[in-house]
Ligand binder design. Structure first.
Ligand code: MN
Length: 264
């Protein structure tokens, strides 16, 4: 071992958390997973359809830092609601669930009733199974998502992480009472409204994410290694040192795992 780290970029990213990234939407899933593993970034590889689960899970399960999540994205529910049976049959293999949730934006509003039905089935299945961690989409539907979580996923039956939360401060407070965590990305910190919502969140519920490749870093899609800049921005918003926020986020991830009964 040399005294100087030959790859300082790797140690710079060691232990960071990207709790919502679509690794299978990058050109090469194998190398995207390998990069997270090599850089030591705890990455949740969310999926958008249950058909994507097996390959993501197979590749991630041989790593220390990457885990796959079993998803059925609300924006795809209109065309793919019939895949809920496949999703349910795969749930026993999955510790993590996502991307799931609701999208009441203009493009997806017409399927909202069907989305609610699917989301309710997903939450009930997770509550029955116990011990799951969910990465949840809630575009223009934060109140409804929180209603459904309160009703169908008691905090002792599983935990939701609200990804890219864009609800109000009072909705955030309700979500906190329901036991939710929040994965925060750069876009949320760039916008004054959502930045002030982030600043209102309890420190012990904060995680970080990129939502790559759906967010940009300069002129290219974000990658998990960019989540270090999210930590820096978040530290700025909270008036804390970046190193402290980095430690905080990794402690929060550990607590989240303990919340669902993981002992490691
Ligand atoms: Mn996403």
């Amino acid at each position: 071992m040399s005294l100087q780290d030959p790859n300082s970029t790797t140690s710079a990213t060691q232990g960071l958390v990207d709790f919502h990234c679509h690794l299978d939407l990058y050109p090469d899933l194998d190398s995207a997973i390998a990069e997270c593993e090599q850089r030591g970034i705890y990455t949740l590889a969310v999926t958008t359809t249950p058909a994507a689960w097996s390959r993501n899970h197979e590749l991630a399960s041989t790593t220390k830092h990457v885990r796959a999540a079993l998803g059925l994205h609300p924006q795809l529910v209109q065309e793919r609601s019939s895949e809920i049976g496949l999703w349910e049959s795969l749930l026993p293999e999955a510790k993590y669930v996502g991307e799931i949730g609701l999208d009441a934006g203009p493009r997806f509003y017409k399927s909202l009733e069907l989305q609610i039905e699917i989301f309710r089935r997903i939450l009930s299945a997770c509550a029955d199974a116990g011990g799951k961690i969910l990465s949840v989409h809630s575009v223009r539907s934060a109140g409804k998502v929180i209603d459904l979580l309160e009703r169908h996923l008691p905090a002792d039956r599983g935990r939701a992480v609200l990804h890219w939360f864009t609800g109000s401060v009072s909705e955030a407070r309700r979500a906190v009472s329901a036991g939710c965590y929040f994965s925060v990305n750069r876009m949320m910190l760039d916008r004054p409204n959502s930045r002030s919502v982030v600043e209102s969140l309890p420190l012990e519920r904060l995680l970080t994410e990129t939502d790559g490749p759906f967010t940009a870093f300069g002129d290219r899609p974000s990658r998990p290694a960019d989540v270090g800049t999210t930590v820096d921005e978040l530290a700025g918003a909270l008036g804390r040192r970046a190193a402290d926020v980095r430690t905080l986020v990794s402690e929060n991830l550990r607590r989240l795992l303990r919340d669902v009964g993981e002992t490691s």
